[in-house]
Ligand binder design. Sequence first.
Ligand SMILES: Cc1cc2nc3c(=O)[nH]c(=O)nc-3n(C[C@H](O)[C@H](O)[C@H](O)COP(=O)(O)O)c2cc1C
Length: 181
Amino acid sequence: MNTTATALRFDGSRFRDVLGRFCTGVTIISAVHEGAPAGFACQSFTSLSLDPPLVSFAVSGTSASGARIERAGVFCATVLGADQADVCRRFGRSGGDKFAGVAWSPAEVTGSPRLAGGIAWVDCRIEKVFPAGDHRIVVGRVMDLSAPEGTEDAGPLLYYRGGFLGPQSGPRAVTGPVAAA
Ligand SMILES: Cc1cc2nc3c(=O)[nH]c(=O)nc-3n(C[C@H](O)[C@H](O)[C@H](O)COP(=O)(O)O)c2cc1C
């Protein structure tokens, strides 16, 4: 790990362990580049701005799929449901044909893959890319979004400390609002 002027008080393993305690959902960021789909599992996806509608994600500078998505200039984020850990594993590592046997349909505005079984889809045009350490922060302008009908109670896939949380962590486990209105 780069140590700049001051010696670091932690190593990469400690960094991963502590930051891994921040639980997130998981998306598949995907696009069609030169006629073929590209995609990768992404936990750094987040909502960024309402007006204008922006989202962002961070992608490793070594990600081949990320480079193809940037070249496509568009992407769709599929938010994975609780039963899609297998999809996450497949899209979370390099190599193989990640899309073999995976059902998807083109998003209406950008044509980027919307993976079947997702609990939400966010269709975007890439607005800006910022270098950030060994990653790049990609900002997307939301062109369209949707969620399948009747899945309001479907739990999300939750990633925590390098593994997936069980179904007890679904929305029914929430006991009340985070803050009083
Ligand atoms: C749960 C999970 C979350 C991930 N989140 C990110 C992420 O936010 N950014 C990233 O660059 N890679 C992330 N990865 C790793 C990429 O998915 C992986 O490096 C990529 O699929 C490599 O394939 P590629 O060589 O086709 O790019 C994540 C992996 C998993 C399993």
